[in-house]
Design a protein around this ligand. Structure first.
Ligand code: ATR
Length: 294
């Protein structure tokens, strides 16, 4: 292969998602459908790489001619530390979910926040975030990836609640400094959340609680109400304990499948320079999640 990311023999570019574990990723189906529909000779694979092996793997990518990668849990912050060239989104979040091989130089980008905002608008029919108050649960990599862009979307206040308060403090201080938007850190407990929940328009789960089936909702059911928008960045399982309780309380709910779609569409455009075929990608996701064996 050449370092341009093309393979002259097979004329087929290789892309992929790197995760650990990765076998349940829906990204290969979504991107392969998109490449096919636009007649682009490319294949998108899944690479299972342990976090400690990521630096070595990226060195290999650099020289192998792999054209582009997505990174998923737990690689987004490690990838940031391995790269030198970034978009402003990657730089401000300290996370990378998209890598483009630019002639042997790896360029890091972050499309998660774009994916989240596009999905929130679509799922909840929100035209503007102006004057909204958002409660973001979590202060790990997923929360860092989206907080700044959420704050810059026109909102009034961003609350960040996390089990470990110091991490929420770090995220709110960084976000408020960068954006000038009021950001408040809270412990993720019933008392602190119930004190502010009446002001909240949109609740977003960016914790990993809910990834495992059977784990309790990070928010007490009594804090959920009709009229609240509740978005869980998790899409597998499709209905987390938080979403179940939110639905029961009459809140409008969405899982993170739309975020996966829109972050993937932006990665696709970065790699190919083309508008992503959103409906093709959306149908591929729908097909994969409605598979009778799942
Ligand atoms: P990711 O990249 O998915 O964000 P991470 O960086 O490990 O993963 O962050 C996981 C987030 O989920 C953290 O905010 C974590 O809280 P702590 O900072 O206190 O560890 C949160 N989290 C994980 N399990 C949780 C649980 N059972 N209840 C509440 N929060 C949880």
């Amino acid at each position: 292969m050449t370092s341009s990311g093309r393979n002259p023999e097979k004329k087929r570019a290789i892309y992929g998602v790197v995760g650990f574990p990765v076998k349940h990723s829906l990204s290969p189906g979504m991107h392969n459908a998109a490449f096919k529909s636009l007649g682009i000779k490319a294949t998108y694979l899944a690479f299972e790489v342990k976090p400690e092996d990521l630096p070595e793997f990226l060195k290999y990518v650099n020289s192998s001619g792999i054209a582009g990668l997505n990174l998923t849990v737990p690689h987004k912050e490690i990838a940031y530390k391995c790269l030198r060239n970034f978009s402003s989104e990657a730089k401000s979040t300290g996370t990378v979910n998209t890598i483009t091989n630019r002639g042997g130089k790896l360029h890091g980008d972050s499309t998660d926040a774009h994916g989240l905002l596009a999905s929130l608008k679509e799922e909840f029919n929100i035209r503007t975030f102006k004057n909204k108050t958002i409660l973001l649960l979590g202060a790990g990599g997923a929360a860092f990836a989206v907080a700044e862009k959420l704050a810059l979307s026109g909102i009034k206040t961003l609350y960040v609640a996390n089990r470990t308060l110091e991490k929420a403090d770090k995220l709110t201080q960084k976000t408020e400094r960068a954006t000038g938007v009021k950001c408040v850190a809270l412990p993720l407990d019933a008392k602190a959340v119930s004190a502010i929940i009446a002001d909240v328009d949109i609740l977003i789960n960016a914790t990993s609680a809910g990834l495992k089936r059977g784990v309790k909702s990070p928010i007490p059911a009594a804090s959920l109400r009709k009229g609240l928008f509740v978005y869980d960045m998790i899409y597998n399982p499709p209905l987390t304990a938080l979403l179940k309780e939110a639905k029961k309380a009459g809140a409008k709910t969405s899982n993170g499948l739309g975020m996966l779609l829109h972050q993937g569409a932006k990665s696709f455009s970065i790699w190919t320079g083309k508008k992503a075929p959103l409906n093709v990608m959306r149908n591929a996701l729908k097909k994969a999640t409605h598979h009778p064996c799942k």
